[in-house]
Each structure stands twice: as C-alpha cells, then as structure tokens.
Design a protein around this ligand. Structure first.
Ligand SMILES: Nc1ncnc2c1ncn2[C@@H]1O[C@H](COP(=O)(O)OP(=O)(O)OP(=O)(O)O)[C@@H](O)[C@H]1O
Length: 246
C-alpha cells in the first residue's frame, strides 16, 4: 500500500491524559479515508496530532514515508502540504469572502494568493457570487465550502477534515462530499476525514478506519463495511446513537 499517512505506535493526548494509545494506522495516498468510532474514541485527536497541534509523546508520524513527528502546524502546512479544516466555523465573519481567502493564503504572499483565488472559487459557484459579502452572511454550507476553499489555496497534498457536515442540510453535505471525491480523484489529494454521517460518508469514501479508546479496531474498504450487517455495532462501539448513522 502506498501510505501517505502513517502512525507508528503513537501516544498523544491532553495534559497527562493520553487518548491515542500506541495507535497504528495508515491512510493510502490519493484516497479518502474515513475515521469512525464512538464518541471520545480519539478521532479528532488523530487529526490534531497529525497537524502538529498535539505533542507526540511516543511513536512516530510519517507523511509520504518522511518522519514528521514533532513538526509544527506551520511547517506541515507550508513545507509538507497538509491542510486542516477543523470542526465548526473558522472564518473571520466580519470580513468578506475574498478577504478570508486572502488571509488563507498569507503564507503564499499576495501575488500568488490572488492568482490562485479564481481557481479555488471556480469549485464553488455560490461562494463566488458572494465574493464581497461578509463571510458570516453565507449559509452554513457556503461557509464550509469557503473554509475548504481557503485550505485548497495552499494546494495541499493531504487534507484533514473534521466533521464537515455539522449544521448542513443533506443536500449540501452531498456537495461537500462530491468536492472531496473530486479532489482525491482528479488531484490525487489524500483525505482523512472524521464524519458522524457515517453511512453517507462511507458511500463516497475509499477506506474506513474504526477507533476505539485510541486504538485501531478495524481498517477495511468502505464498501465492504457498508455491506457489513454488524455496521451499527462497529460504528458505535456497542453504543446506540441511531441518529448518528441515519
Ligand atoms: N482540549 C482537550 N482537553 C482535554 N481533553 C480533551 C480535549 N479535547 C478532547 N479531549 C478528550 O479526548 C477524548 C477524545 O476526544 P476526540 O475529540 O478525539 O474524540 P472523537 O473520537 O473525535 O469524539 P467525537 O465523536 O465525540 O467528536 C475525549 O475523552 C475528549 O473528552
């Protein structure tokens, strides 16, 4: 397997409380890998650790075979082509769509950023129509598209995305998923995603990794998991949150 991302026995957490428990995982280059598992399993923690926001206490993190353990978020973004779209709203609401994009490209310099903005906007026609509106006036889905667009300005090779569907209508969720599919298929971007809309996400993902208590419990093709009659138990670690898999 051509691993874009590899965790080798990674231990990481918050303060003295370790969440990832000698975690081993691999995500294939140019594919969409979905991280699933019960609440608190450590899914978001994987993304934060990979993006250098949490310290790796033990083990190694590799990107395209290169050891990036301990690299800062800035270096990951600028030198290694990793972009992170966190949960929730992360825009400057009072600033315009265009200004938010300009800020997203701050590490590139103004000239390159301005050259790239049209190419990013071409992916999001509805956002393009609102270029000079305050970001906070966009719908939830448009705001999420703008966040993804802002990350794409840096032409990432790896996109980490945490629960993009929160607060979005099912149709808009499909738009976001289609976009991720396009990035993987046409640009070879590796996507690692956490998403509570598990069934819809599995329909467009390539692989699924299930975590439980900071360890990997399953890694298989998304379509195989979708066909597994034990799917609810696997997703929820024996819990029962039917709305999460509707
Ligand atoms: N900033 C923080 N400080 C302390 N503990 C945290 C922090 N963020 C998360 N945790 C704890 O780490 C554990 C794993 O959290 P994480 O967000 O990675 O889980 P998750 O699998 O993404 O869950 P969910 O599906 O609920 O989003 C949880 O017990 C959570 O309470």
């Amino acid at each position: 397997m051509d691993a874009a991302i590899e965790f080798q026995d990674v231990v990481a957490g918050y303060g003295d409380f370790m969440i990832l428990n000698k975690l081993k995982l691999r995500a294939t280059r140019g594919k969409i890998t979905l991280l699933i598992g019960p609440n608190g399993a450590g899914k978001s923690t994987v993304l934060k650790t990979l993006f250098g926001l949490l310290k790796v206490r033990q083990g190694r993190v590799l990107l395209q075979g290169e050891d990036i353990t301990g690299a800062s978020a800035r270096d990951l973004l600028v030198k290694h082509g990793v972009a992170f779209v966190p949960q929730g709203r992360n825009l400057f609401g009072q600033l315009s769509v265009y200004e938010n994009l300009e800020l997203g490209g701050i590490t590139l310099g103004t000239r390159i950023t301005r050259e790239r903005i049209p190419e990013v906007l071409s992916l999001f026609p509805r956002v393009q129509e609102r270029l000079h509106s305050a970001a906070s006036s966009l719908s939830g889905g448009e705001q999420k598209q703008l966040e993804v667009g802002r990350a794409l300005l840096l032409r990432p090779r790896v996109l980490l995305i945490d629960e993009p569907s929160i607060g979005l209508s099912p149709l808009v969720v499909q738009d976001v998923f289609r976009l991720l599919r396009k990035l993987a298929d046409e640009q070879g971007v590796t996507v690692l995603m956490v998403e509570q809309n598990v069934k819809s996400a599995l329909k467009m993902a390539d692989d699924a990794i299930a975590l439980e208590a900071g360890r990997l419990v399953l890694h298989k093709p998304a379509d195989e998991l979708l066909a597994d009659p034990d799917i609810e138990r696997l997703f929820l670690g024996g819990g029962h949150v039917p709305a999460a898999i509707a």
